[in-house]
Design a protein around this ligand. Structure first.
Ligand code: HAM
Length: 412
């Protein structure tokens, strides 16, 4: 038997119902902040991710599903959503629409990762982006919206962690100091870190190798080298969150794994597993990097699979309102007509589509937990009267075989 590729998951009906519940709740949150949905292609030109996520990141160096298509183009399955969204924003002239533009998405992502708990190769992100505001108020709005997700889904043990990783201006000074620090022990770092030393030393702080992590423990922190503007921006974010009584922790070692970030970065951590469920931040240079005008932006994405591990669904999947049991051509025809009319009125109706016996239909209607059972046999068709049974109580009543009477019975 052919099995699914490593790092992928099948979503069976029981779980897909739970996903729908979460998706519906999140859509309501996004609506309330007036974010609009965007859908972008599963694959993009590889260059898009090289230019945005960054050549020296793990995502681009190690994790992308990249292939040459039949036309000889280098194509990559999206490893994240922001790059495609900004590409679409620019390509479709969305910059000329009222600004800021507020978008959300729910999309599958692909990363060739070491598969482990909470780390898949095909996974889903629900994300949001505000494009066109440099104000700290946009940071606050996006963090508040992210926080509301956990509140509305009743997910406990979530911690908000914040950091600022500055702008290209203050980063220059910081990188000098960081290189001095790393340079002292460069020989002891892994080969990937060594290769990142000249081009992008900050990525070394992001290395998952145990040895490199140890060497980085006392590395200088970006937060201590912020320029006046970045400092003020970050203070404003913090002060507003404090006024709103939103708890957070500063974690000066958050660097995020993607190169486009500037200023505020944040992660919502599951305190039970220490996994990051939601991550995001400001990216004020990306629109320009991708060929657009200088445009500030901020956003986040949450890992849906990680969220689902923590979410307890509140409702149960809907059961069929009625199973119409019938056998014989005319009886089946009647069952079909009634089913279609009831379905068009919003009821969930099941009927035989396998030409099974009465007995097997009865068993099936039990297994699928139909609320009511209506039997249409030869006698019922002739007399125009039929029995309808409430499955839970076993109580039966006789009704006229028409729509109004059936609805009256199942609405009881
Ligand atoms: P990210 O931190 O790479 O950010 O991913 C966001 C979230 O996706 C993570 O916090 C995690 O929950 C989930 N995730 C990432 N990789 C995997 C995986 N292999 N398996 C399961 N879940 C995973 C971004 O992707 C940015 N685009 C977020 C963003 C939007 N920043 C600004 N706007």
């Amino acid at each position: 038997m052919i099995q699914k590729p490593k790092g992928t998951k099948d979503l069976l009906p029981e779980e897909s119902f739970k996903w729908q519940e979460v998706e519906n709740k999140l859509k309501k949150i996004f609506d309330s902040y007036n974010f609009k949905e965007i859908r972008v292609p599963v694959f993009e030109h590889t260059e898009l991710f090289q230019r945005s996520v960054g050549e020296t990141t793990d995502v681009v160096q190690k994790e992308m599903y990249t292939f040459e298509d039949k036309g000889g183009r280098s194509i990559t399955l999206r490893p994240e959503g922001t790059a495609g969204v900004i590409r679409a924003y620019l390509e479709n002239g969305m910059g000329s629409m009222p600004s800021p533009t507020k978008l959300w998405y729910n999309m599958a992502m692909y990363r060739y990762e070491n598969v482990q708990k909470g780390r898949l190769r095909e996974f889903h992100q629900i994300g949001a982006e505000i494009i066109g505001s440099s104000s700290y108020l946009a940071d606050v709005e996006i963090i508040l919206m992210a926080n509301e997700i956990f509140k509305k889904l009743n997910i406990p043990n979530i911690k908000l962690t914040l950091n600022s990783i500055g702008c290209p201006k203050c980063r220059q000074e910081y990188q000098k100091v960081l290189k001095e620090f790393i340079g002292k022990n460069l020989e002891q770092y892994c080969d990937t870190c060594k290769s990142r030393f000249e081009k992008n030393p900050m990525r070394i702080l992001d290395c998952k190798e145990r040895k490199c992590k140890e060497l980085n423990i006392n590395a200088p922190k970006m937060i201590d080298y912020l320029c006046e503007e970045c400092k003020e921006h970050f203070e404003n974010v913090q002060e507003t969150l404090k006024n709103l009584k939103l708890d957070y922790e500063i974690n000066s070692s958050i660097v995020r794994g993607l190169d486009y970030y500037t200023k505020t970065v944040f992660e919502f951590i599951d305190e039970t597993t220490s996994l990051t469920v939601l991550g995001g931040g400001r990216y004020d240079e990306l629109v320009q990097e991708l060929g657009g005008p200088k445009t500030s932006a901020i956003g986040f994405a949450l890992g849906v699979e990680r969220l689902m591990e923590m979410y307890k669904n509140e409702e149960e999947d809907k059961k069929p309102d009625l199973y119409i049991l019938s056998a014989g051509q005319n009886e089946n025809q009647k069952a079909l007509e009634l089913s279609q009319e009831l379905r068009s009125k919003g009821y969930i109706i099941e009927k035989d589509i396998c030409e099974r016996s009465f007995g097997s239909q009865m068993k099936y209607s039990n297994k699928i937990n139909a609320r009511y059972l209506l039997v249409i046999g030869e006698n019922e068709l002739q007399s125009g009267k039929a029995k309808i049974k409430e499955m839970k109580t076993g109580v039966e009543s006789e009704i006229s075989l028409n729509l109004e009477e059936i609805i009256k019975a199942i609405e009881k």
